[in-house]
Ligand binder design. Structure first.
Ligand code: FES
Length: 127
């Protein structure tokens, strides 16, 4: 099953290995092709924070999924929630745009880095 997608997944995985060969000690900790969530788990206008994988997945508008590192650029703690198009870090009050990852409120000074994702039916996978 999924033979066509499987081949694409392998290609993506190989490309991912060549491009980012870190151990994920501070950024996202997930292998390419790993299932992150179901689309239905990500609320429209909001999002979910995957604490184990250190990834935040948002759905700013219906059917538009974005993913970012969940590691806040302020002091490296994990962001805590996504509401009304904003990613919040309740640790010290920073906020980020859920579409771009850009800072919308300090003390964080830098944006959340994007994380590549792919869709497989209702599943959201790491790319
Ligand atoms: S670690 Fe996120 S606001 Fe300080």
């Amino acid at each position: 099953m999924f033979s066509g997608l499987g081949a694409l997944g392998v290609a993506a995985a190989l490309a991912g290995c060549a491009g980012s060969d870190d151990d994920g000690s501070s950024g996202p900790a997930v292998a390419a092709g790993a299932e992150l969530a179901l689309k239905s788990e990500v609320p429209v206008g909001g999002g979910i924070v995957l604490t184990d994988e250190r990834i935040v997945i948002t759905q700013p508008t219906e059917g538009d999924f974005q993913a970012f590192t969940a590691v806040c650029t302020h002091q490296g703690l994990l962001v805590t929630s996504v509401e009304d198009g904003t990613i919040h870090c309740a640790n010290h009050g920073s906020s980020y745009d859920a579409t771009s990852g850009d800072v919308t409120g300090g003390p964080a000074s830098g944006p959340l880095a994007s994380v590549e994702i792919t869709m497989d039916g209702d599943r959201i996978l790491a790319a």
